[in-house]
Write a protein that binds this ligand. Structure first.
Ligand SMILES: [Zn+2]
Length: 331
């Protein structure tokens, strides 16, 4: 069957790329969602992967575009749909939000509204014309310019603590496990595409928190893991043949909590993401930028694993110095 999204159309055994139009800017430029389609030779399940929901998080963009370039439709029993840049105007601005259009966080606007703000309309079109028919969604994020790069997956919390059905949560854990990461973080994210699509259709929807911009040396490693993750999920769905990548570690499922510092200043840490911390152990210090006196010692408030870790040399007061995960289980 031919797959058509906006100006992209691919018959069985074909690839195509194009755009799904939203509207136009005041200067007359298109506001649109770029789409790539790889339609397999045989029909089967559909995987949708998007990136750059936040304009500065581009690791998934690179992974999706490279995967599109390299994959042969002859190998697919089903369909891959990629949206390498969902929030194009935020991406262009090099900003988390599409500030030239509106100042909303797209990640909090789902399921969207066709009569709402630009972000609401992007959310609505993406949700209804791309994601709704999928069997699984991978929504790539990628840290910001302040935290250590990571390779985790965020899944929505199940009821009663969270908002999603326990059955679709379990499918999410299976999809996240198939992707192959060392940490799965459970977080409540009302208004996210993952929670919205899971509540409307029950399909598993996962958000890799992948890569980061503070250590360019590791970029290649994360891109490789992200492409491998896409292929692993396609194998899990039955779109690609072959074995999911084997592993020699247990994946940690944890509930991630933000730990905010009180003081601003110079940040110093010798910890690494994924380190296990005992309750009360020191994660980092904040020093006075004038006298170098230690102003605050940041300690782990409970026993857990580090999820996020601040890494910029300067930290403002009341920032997220770290994320600490309370371990739920190892799988
Ligand atoms: Zn993000």
């Amino acid at each position: 069957m031919e797959v058509v999204i906006g100006t992209a159309s691919a018959k069985q055994g074909e690839k195509s790329h194009g755009v799904l139009e939203i509207t136009n800017s005041s200067a007359g430029f298109p506001i649109a969602i770029p789409v790539v389609i790889v339609n397999g030779v045989e029909s089967g399940p559909m995987l949708v992967a998007n990136a750059a929901m936040h304009g500065t998080e581009s690791l998934g963009t690179i992974a999706i575009s490279r995967f599109y370039k390299m994959i042969d439709p002859e190998l697919l029993k089903g369909t891959f749909i990629g949206v390498p840049i969902l929030n194009t105007w935020a991406f262009e601005a090099g900003h988390r939000l599409p500030t030239l259009l509106d100042s909303f966080d797209l990640e909090r606007r789902f399921p969207g509204n066709i009569d709402g703000s630009i972000s609401d309309r992007i959310a609505y079109k993406f949700m209804n014309e791309i994601v709704r028919h999928a069997d699984c969604l991978i929504d790539f994020h990628g840290q910001d310019q302040y935290w250590h790069p990571t390779s985790a997956i965020i899944v929505p919390l199940p009821k009663p603590q969270g908002n999603v059905d326990p059955e679709s949560y379990q499918k999410c854990i299976e999809a996240a496990d198939a992707f192959r990461v060392r940490q799965i973080w459970r977080c409540n994210k009302p208004g996210s595409v993952t929670e919205a699509i899971m509540n409307e259709t029950g399909i598993p929807a996962i958000s890799p928190e992948f890569g980061g911009v503070t250590d360019y040396r590791r970029k290649g490693e994360f891109i490789e893991l992200a492409i491998q993750g896409i292929m692993n999920v396609m194998k899990w769905l039955g779109i690609l043949e072959g074995q999911i990548t084997s592993r020699d570690y247990k994946t940690c499922i944890c509930d991630s909590h933000k730990v905010l510092n009180h003081r601003g200043g110079i940040w110093s840490t010798s910890a690494e993401p994924e380190d296990e911390m005992m309750e009360g152990s020191t994660v980092g210090t904040i020093s006075d930028p004038i006298t170098a006196e230690v102003l605050e010692v940041i300690k782990a408030p409970f026993q857990g694993v580090l999820t996020n870790l601040w890494c910029a040399p300067v930290i403002k007061a009341a920032s997220m110095a770290l994320g600490l995960g309370k371990v739920v289980e190892y799988i």
